[in-house]
Design a protein. Structure first.
Length: 188
């Protein structure tokens, strides 16, 4: 009898786990998408060390900020991609007697992935450009290097032009790779 009571308590507790995870993830997405990335990196670099008494270097703070910021957007991209797949595909898989994980892996997943590729690519480009904002914590990325060179030779037009061209080359490369991937995954 005692084992049954324990199992019931555990089962009732497990029922709330998905709900709790859903609420936590929604709050995370709301906070990350609702605050500027500059505020996020400043909080991680300056405030978090005060709260947990751990020193975080600039590169680690910048990397962590990019990860958590992009993670919120990617979560929404994945959610939207999965919700965009017609319900009939899931029903067809169920009619064939497939378990849900196989329906997700072999029917819904590939269709959703094809739909997510352009927005995932856009997020990749946005994250690359957002890295220039980490100049505020002294991370030596491309924009910071341009600023340092300008301080030495006062040739702002040429240096900022070169920085812009380098960003264009990097984002252009990502765009070309994405076009190739989109072409390869196109449904014939």
């Amino acid at each position: 009898m005692r084992a049954v009571v324990i199992l019931l308590v555990l089962w009732r507790g497990l029922v709330w786990v998905p709900v709790a995870l859903s609420v936590i993830s929604q709050i995370y997405i709301l906070v990350m998408r609702g605050t500027p990335i500059v505020v996020q990196v400043m909080f991680i670099y300056f405030a978090l060390p005060l709260l947990v008494n751990i020193r975080i270097d600039g590169f680690t703070a910048a990397t962590f900020t990019l990860m958590i910021n992009a993670g919120a957007y990617i979560a929404e991209i994945v959610r939207g991609g999965l919700l965009s797949v017609p319900k009939g595909l899931q029903e067809a898989g169920q009619a064939m007697g497939l378990p849900f994980y196989k329906i997700l892996a072999h029917i819904i997943g590939p269709v959703a992935l094809r739909r997510m590729i352009p927005t995932m690519g856009n997020q990749c480009i946005i994250s690359l450009k957002d890295s220039s904002l980490f100049i505020v914590i002294g991370v030596a990325e491309l924009t910071r290097r341009g600023q340092e060179i300008i301080a030495g030779n006062f040739r702002a037009v040429e240096i900022w032009g070169a920085v812009a061209v380098i960003y264009l080359i990097m984002t252009g490369f990502i765009a070309v790779v994405l076009k190739f991937i989109e072409h390869r995954t196109r449904i014939i």
